[in-house]
Design a protein around this ligand. Sequence first.
Ligand code: GRF
Length: 207
Amino acid sequence: MPSATTKQRLGILISGRGSNMLALADAVQGGRIPNAEIAVVLSDQGEAPGIGSAKARGLYTVVIERQGRTRDDHDNEVVKKLKECSVDLVCLAGYMRIVSSCFIQSFPERILNIHPSLLPAFPGLAAQRQALDHGVKWSGCTVHFVDETLDGGPIIMQTVVSVADDDTEEGLSARILEQEHRIYPEAVALIVSGNYEVSGRRVLRKR
Ligand code: GRF
């Protein structure tokens, strides 16, 4: 981990809209993630609207499309770029790809993800739809470390959102997204601060 005096460099990976990326950018700019700077916003999709929003903020952006390559070949190029940018912490923010073990091993316990459900419930795609179909009364979102399991790494932060009887996927997704924008920066700030320890599966705040 870099010393307390150097800023930690965030690499944010997106595939689409990029609203969580913008929430992180706002938080860095507003001093809510102290000692951090955004080194790069990287997308695997050239058409990702988030790339335009990041550019409009003056952030450095890179597109690395898969172009029919294997996951490992694509990930190797992504990792190379992140290392070139001296990234310390990788934040997946709507990055619609499963990252390979070589990627994970290149950033051990330094890759975070935000997922729109209360994990371990409803991992994978369309988590809000899964929650509605299952009939849960509460859902929410989770920030977790990325390991080799699907949305299964140690949980850093969660928040709950109630599910109303007349909820639609759009309505529930919008209320969860609002909370995502709140807790992702908080979780990144915690990890950047180093004020935590991982004990088995538990991520504990140091006192
Ligand atoms: C969010 O709901 C996030 O939890 C999920 O993908 C969505 C990305 O939205 N992983 P955005 O691109 O950050 O707006």
